[in-house]
Design a protein. Structure first.
Length: 103
């Protein structure tokens, strides 16, 4: 996710204050509400037991959906990479964003 992938904005109201938050589109998966300014602007935190609805980081390399059993590296399923790619090909993918070509 990146700030330049902002789709929309949403408004949160708390204790007589109003805060506009960006909605960011994930590369894969659902959109997210960027709450980084929530504490500074409204003085509150979010409550999400087990972090079930919280994106913990931004990654251009890996996507994980544990509930669905999905692990992607640069868009490729890990089982496909394990079966069809060597360690060096996999390292190349992570570093360069694409698998090497035969030539």
């Amino acid at each position: 996710m990146s700030n330049d992938l902002s789709l929309d904005k949403t408004i949160i109201k708390y204790d007589g204050k109003e805060l506009e938050l960006k909605v960011l589109k994930g590369t894969v998966g659902p959109s997210v509400i960027d709450i980084r300014s929530l504490y500074n602007d409204l003085g509150v935190f979010t409550y999400d037991p087990g972090y079930g609805s919280t994106g913990s980081c931004e990654s251009a390399i890996t996507f994980i959906d544990g509930e669905e059993g999905v692990l992607l590296h640069r868009g490729y399923p890990i089982d496909q990479l394990a079966k069809e790619s060597s360690f060096l090909e996999f390292a190349f993918l992570l570093l360069n964003g694409e698998l090497p070509k035969k030539d």
